[in-house]
Design a protein around this ligand. Sequence first.
Ligand SMILES: Nc1ncnc2c1ncn2[C@@H]1O[C@H](COP(=O)(O)OP(=O)(O)OP(=O)(O)O)[C@@H](O)[C@H]1O
Ligand SMILES: [Mg+2]
Length: 379
Amino acid sequence: MATKILVVDDDVDSLKLIGLMLQRQGYEVEGANSGGQAIEKAIATPPDLIILDVMMPDMDGYTVCKELRGNPRTKEIPIIMFTAKTLIDDKVAGFEAGADDYLTKPTHPAELASRVKAILARSAAAKRGGGSEGHSYAFIGAKGGVGTTTLVANVGALLAARGTTALVDFRLGQGTLGLSLGAGRSTGLANVVSRNPTEITASAVDSELVTHNTGLKLLLSSPRPRETQLNISLDAALATIKSLEELAQNVLIDLGPGLNRLSARIIREVNMTVLVVEPTRIAMAMARNILDEIRQLGVAEGYIFVTMVNRTPSGIQMSWQEAERILGISNIAMISPAPELAFQAAEAGVPLVRYQPDAIVVSQFAKLTEELVKRINNE
Ligand SMILES: Nc1ncnc2c1ncn2[C@@H]1O[C@H](COP(=O)(O)OP(=O)(O)OP(=O)(O)O)[C@@H](O)[C@H]1O
Ligand SMILES: [Mg+2]
């Protein structure tokens, strides 16, 4: 995963120098040459880390730092303050303003690299470590109709017992999540992503959520074909997910089948990706390619979880061992065929896990949910 660092310095030469050092370490670097520009950029597309010069003419680093800490979109971003001064007072002022670390100029590239690495590791651990921080899960189908939406609804219903849970149907014009949960045809997601990305805030998203009788919060796509004409920008999609993470402890994203530019970007952003397959030759071939691609996005093996939904009534014979061999992975969750139940629950507009809690397939959804929670908490 290309980690993005925003470097802020009014001096173009040091901006270039620091940028180059970081690029050599494999980071994606963006520059800003004033405090105002830094705040604008950080809000538009929040980076993973900000390196901030203290002495700048228009707005000094402390003020920038305080501003960033005061905005929900940027308050969690780690900040390293960078300055030519070596006075201890500056260090204190920097930490008071909310900086995570402090570096003095000129800095040796090795020192810069090690500080950056340490801060990023700390912030990644904090992100995974639970607490009040939200967890996000992306669900992607190896192909259409493999049971992705059913999985989102049921894992979501089980997670709702543990904390506030939001489901997003990221399928403008092809939204079936609302229909399958009997929640109607809200155009919530379309309304949100039509906004300017900087206006996609938690409260803006909150006003578009539909609350289901299971307590799930739903941000829905409607089934109206016209909605497909709306293009979701990457920035709008990411701002939507960030806002949902502020509103709910668990965020589940139904990306639908296949990998595309948008879903690939979202997968880089979430804590866990669930790839849904079925035991057919075609779906397995699709899954293998998608898996390769997801790995190339830099997602670590432990954060990809494959689930095989066997929807075939007669139960095509493919063991989990066979599936694991084909996909080259070591852990796969299985959901047994339950055509009657799946049909009845969908007709009733109730997640299967609520419709018939003692069914075998429900214990499989529960086991899968347990496993996801364990992994995301790094246990
Ligand atoms: N374990 C199961 N056994 C039998 N049928 C199932 C099972 N899980 C889901 N189904 C049924 O399979 C059909 C497709 O499910 P779903 O809509 O969840 O798939 P999807 O992958 O989201 O489809 P799409 O690609 O259209 O978004 C539905 O009719 C659903 O009720
Ligand atoms: Mg679906």
